[in-house]
Design a protein around this ligand. Structure first.
Ligand SMILES: Nc1nc2c(ncn2[C@@H]2O[C@H](COP(=O)(O)OP(=O)(O)OP(=O)(O)O)[C@@H](O)[C@H]2O)c(=O)[nH]1
Length: 369
């Protein structure tokens, strides 16, 4: 949804001209556009996205956590990949592992450049699950060999970075699709053989010859039969994974992030920057609405509106000469780029909507039920 043309200044104001003078008369939006490396990226850089010219494709998985090396005694934190052929139960396992936690607070987010699919913090350990593109995609369009090669390369580089791999198969089965995934796991990488859908196996003893064959295929670190749908079963895995994660401080807050949608994540991040950078001045009734969220390859075009209750609040958000709005946008964009491992084009608006918090219709349009 685009901002209502009635409410919005007709011409986008470039970042360096973002106005700091809120219009007291109406709820016209003040507007800021952020793209690429702050001032350095010109609009036309985005024309040739398809060729990924402005995305560093050679290193999708090389970055280490920014907090790499720092350590809090007794704490562990690391990256985990869940891989397996389609339909083997990866999402089910992830859901059972991370449960229903949904709050994000990135107060001390020090993230990897990988796409995070879920985080679980248990006692002294933070488990960070990362996406492996290609195997997470349920319906890939019929690809060319080059595309497949590229996907495989991406998967391999992600797998090279993680601390441990959970290789999911259906207990008692191993087909061509499974073999293709297994072949991508780098030699020497700690890998658990997770035999899922154990509930479908009638006689456990039948698994023994199969297990023997599996051990001949790959030097698995451990064999874990389970039913991913059963939460205690899944969570037993955490204890097995834990010793494989390095001793270092957590990358995220204890109650951090989930696999909520990227759009939700974007609004939460902007909201977080908004409140952090306005301190106690801004009432908590202010909110952020995502008007547009478009993915174009690894570029995301995001348009968001900060909705405040009074003109005075609008001034606080914009700051002198637009400085504060610029900082909110820059910080949100930078973090979104890290989290999505891509480029972000962020457009920010500020609008006054008196009493929006009491207006049911608007609450709905801002994503509150
Ligand atoms: N019986 C049984 N079914 C399971 C189990 N785990 C997952 N399933 C079912 O298997 C199907 C596929 O599960 P998903 O979690 O979507 O599998 P996925 O590997 O994420 O699939 P893709 O997204 O296609 O890669 C779903 O119908 C699940 O309900 C299990 O432990 N037992």
């Amino acid at each position: 949804m685009n901002p209502d043309p009635q409410d919005v200044a007709p011409d986008p104001v470039p970042e360096d001209q973002a106005t700091g003078t809120p219009d007291p008369q109406d709820d016209a939006a003040d507007h800021l556009v952020l793209e690429g490396d702050d001032d350095e990226v010109a609009e036309d850089e985005f024309e040739d996205d398809d060729e990924d010219a402005d995305v560093d494709d050679d290193e999708p998985g090389v970055a280490l956590p920014l907090s790499f090396g720092s350590s809090v005694p007794g704490r562990r934190c690391g990256l985990i990949a869940i891989v397996g052929r389609p339909n083997v139960g990866k999402s089910t396992l992830l859901n059972s592992l991370i449960g229903q936690k949904v709050s994000i607070t990135s107060r001390k987010a020090q993230t990897t450049r990988h796409r995070i699919t879920g985080i679980c913090t248990e006692d002294d350990t933070q488990f960070v699950f990362v996406d492996t593109p290609g195997f997470q995609t349920r319906h890939t369009t019929r690809g060319t060999a080059a595309l497949n090669r590229n996907l495989n390369k991406t998967v391999q580089s992600v797998l090279a970075d993680v601390d441990i791999v959970l290789f999911l198969v259906e207990a008692g089965r191993f087909g061509v699709d499974d073999a293709k995934v297994l072949a991508l796991i780098p030699p020497g990488k700690p890998t658990l053989l997770v035999a899922n859908k154990l509930d479908m196996v009638h006689r456990r003893a039948d698994l023994l010859p199969w297990l023997q064959q599996m051990q001949e295929r790959h030097p698995f670190t451990e064999f874990v039969p389970l039913t991913a749908q059963k939460v205690p079963d899944a969570r037993r895995l955490l204890g097995i994974v834990r010793p494989h994660l390095p001793e270092q401080d957590w990358f995220y807050d204890e109650d951090a992030l989930t696999d909520r949608s990227d759009k939700f994540l974007a609004s939460e991040l902007i909201r977080e920057k908004l409140f952090r950078l306005t301190g106690d001045e801004l009432p908590y009734t202010s909110t952020v609405q995502i008007d547009k969220y478009v993915e174009e390859g690894r570029l995301r075009r995001i348009s968001a509106t900060i909705v405040v209750e009074r003109d005075a609040h609008k001034g606080m958000v914009i700051g002198e000469g637009g400085e504060r709005l610029k900082r909110i946008g820059t910080e949100a964009r930078t973090e979104l780029e890290r989290l999505t491992d891509g480029r972000v084009f962020l457009e920010l608006w500020v609008k006054v909507r008196s009493g929006w918090a009491d207006d049911e219709q608007r609450l709905k349009s801002y994503g509150y039920e």
